[in-house]
Design a protein around this ligand. Structure first.
Ligand SMILES: C[S@@+](CC[C@H](N)C(=O)[O-])C[C@H]1O[C@@H](n2cnc3c(N)ncnc32)[C@H](O)[C@@H]1O
Length: 251
């Protein structure tokens, strides 16, 4: 699997949150922490810390794990209560039964071995602890203009992203119980004609789909978009993203 170079993405990564802060996803995350009174919490693939810094920190131990030091450098120094660990999510460097909650947001598709990550989560979660995977499923939702204009981005995503169905199977195989799948947030927008170039996700290093392309492949997609706008300046470029939560408890 192609490993995304997050040192290229890190400096501009947070731009995506100025366009959409994904508040519903944040509410859902905070709700499940408060309802279950989780104290020891790990985010696998925490990146710049968008999610771990939004968790109410009172009486909690909050850990963020990421393999990219450049992404982890972005959280501000006033977030010193966060415990950041530079590691791979398929080898979680913690003892057995340590966490009450392990979650990841838009990250599992990067983990080289999803099965191993789920096994590691099982090992490091306490009895009845929860694994919560937030993300998208391009196997069922593919309404994104990036897929139409940039060759192989859709095919690559089908290989990288585990479907909801596969996650369900992997969790059952690891004997997780109470498996639930639900929609937590939907983002729908349209850009008409040249306004598509104001979309931060169209910048090469702002999303992994485009960052994984060579400069030539990227340029080819941009040219396709420009040609399309020349043909029809009113072309609509659609983005429709559905974020799901797959949650399950350790037996
Ligand atoms: C799309 S970003 C998501 C960051 C954060 N969760 C968010 O939603 O803002 C994916 C993150 O996963 C990290 N990542 C990718 N593969 C990883 C791995 N095998 N182990 C740990 N982190 C990984 C990347 O470095 C990156 O920070």
């Amino acid at each position: 699997m192609q490993r995304t170079d997050y040192s290229q993405i890190a400096p501009t990564y947070n731009n995506r949150y100025s366009v959409n802060y994904l508040v519903k996803l944040e509410k859902e995350l905070c709700k499940l922490i408060e309802l279950n009174n989780y104290k020891n919490i790990l985010e696998a693939g925490c990146g710049t810390g968008r999610w771990i810094s939004s968790i109410e920190k009172k009486r909690k131990k909050i850990f963020g794990l990421d393999y990219s030091l450049d992404m982890m450098k972005i959280p501000k120094s006033d977030k010193s209560y966060l415990n950041l660990v530079n590691a791979d999510a398929v080898h979680i460097p913690f003892k057995n039964d340590f966490f009450n909650l392990i979650f990841c947001v838009n990250a599992i598709h990067h983990f080289p071995d999803k099965e191993k990550f789920i096994k590691e989560s099982n090992r490091t979660l306490s009895n009845k602890g929860m694994l919560a995977v937030f993300g998208v499923d391009p196997h069922i939702d593919k309404d994104w203009y990036i897929y139409d204009y940039f060759d192989f981005t859709y095919e690559n995503d089908l290989k990288r992203f585990p479907s909801l169905k596969l996650l369900n199977i992997l969790l059952k195989t690891e004997k997780f119980t109470n498996i639930e799948i639900k929609v937590v947030e939907e983002v729908h927008n349209e850009k008409v004609g040249n306004s598509v170039f104001s979309d931060p996700f169209l910048i090469k290093n702002n999303c992994s789909q485009l960052a994984n392309l060579s400069d030539e492949e990227y340029q080819k997609g941009i040219e396709k978009i420009k040609n399309q706008i020349n043909k029809n300046p009113e072309t609509v470029f659609k983005t429709s993203v559905i974020f799901y939560l797959v949650s399950a408890k350790k037996k």
